[in-house]
Write a new protein. Sequence first.
Lengths: 208, 208
Amino acid sequence: MGKREDNREETCTAIIKAAEYEFGLHGYKATSINMIAVRAGLPKANIVYYFSSKEALYRQVLSHILSDWNNVFDRATIDDDPAIVLDQFIRTKLQQSMHKPRSSRIFAMEVLQGAEHIKEYLSTELTAWFSKRTRLIEGWIAAGKMQAVDPSSLIFMIWATTQHYADFESQILVLQNKKSYGKDDLTRIGDTVSAIILQGCGLVRPSS
Amino acid sequence: MGKREDNREETCTAIIKAAEYEFGLHGYKATSINMIAVRAGLPKANIVYYFSSKEALYRQVLSHILSDWNNVFDRATIDDDPAIVLDQFIRTKLQQSMHKPRSSRIFAMEVLQGAEHIKEYLSTELTAWFSKRTRLIEGWIAAGKMQAVDPSSLIFMIWATTQHYADFESQILVLQNKKSYGKDDLTRIGDTVSAIILQGCGLVRPSS
DNA sequence: GTCTATAATCAGATAGAC
DNA sequence: GTCTATCTGATTATAGAC
């Protein structure tokens, strides 16, 4: 009995991983249960057996991705230096984006198509996170720690820029005549993006 | 005969418009020919009659979108003021993004899924445009008109930020508890984004 | 040229053998 | 628990009537 349950868990994990891969490549609708089954090395009926439906599996994949999205920014307070926090936030996001591009793409496609499956997450968890962070930025501005900027636009700008490298990877690689990102790319892009945004908010980048 | 051809052209335009709408809402795969037919007010066989296949219609929609994408930036030269050009570029892109969100989303989904249908456009037209623009920025930097920044990252940053408002509209509206963008949003966002990016490049925004 | 009816294919989900 | 075979429905594309 113990062994069986272990197998079940392992199998489920393998299926979610395969599903994440395929959904991240083709999107929800264009991914068939069979594609996932082939990648997981299982007959397609097993997929449905473990996750009753394609949509249920997709929801599992989504929540698996969202649970992975915790940031440095989460723990920042008004006493912290906005330059250090924002720099870290940008670099961490960029790293996530370039390290797990398929997760980012699944999320992007979900939002692009109306975010029907994650409406609740957006309107509860993320909204709470977002209003805390905008208030923190307002606090920094009020305390004279940074220039007056619209906090929402600033956060969207950081999200947009960092996710762009995952979501538009195919375009970027063509334009730069590359096959994949290198380690130097991550550094160069991080430096540029962080420099522009920090300086744009009247902040000085930490020298570390 | 003249009348018939006129009708044909009108019908084709109506179909492309309907297709753009539906593809922009659900993406390529999740949009059925029937959805397009219903929106265009035609029987679905007519869609296939005018555009031999779903994919051919999709390609038409894509090229229709791409032909619409000319920017202020296109005509800028080294003698222009980078502050004015970049400010205009940002605001125009933002306006396009918020005014035609579905076009932006079709393009985004296409790139997200590997850009198979527009590989040629990316590697010819867009690559040419891109290398011209990066060289222009390098020229400005060499001429001391702006601070040294990585030109590619700067362009990607502007693309990412401006498109974000179309592509992630559903997320943004939830987070800001709105039903749609207002005219004031366009102004506020344009001001913030332009201010951060220009200041981030060591430029002073034109006062107009 | 325009549309109805239909063929051919492929998807998600189920029933039931092992 | 695991897998094969099958059902049901939807989709693209075509054939052919008007």
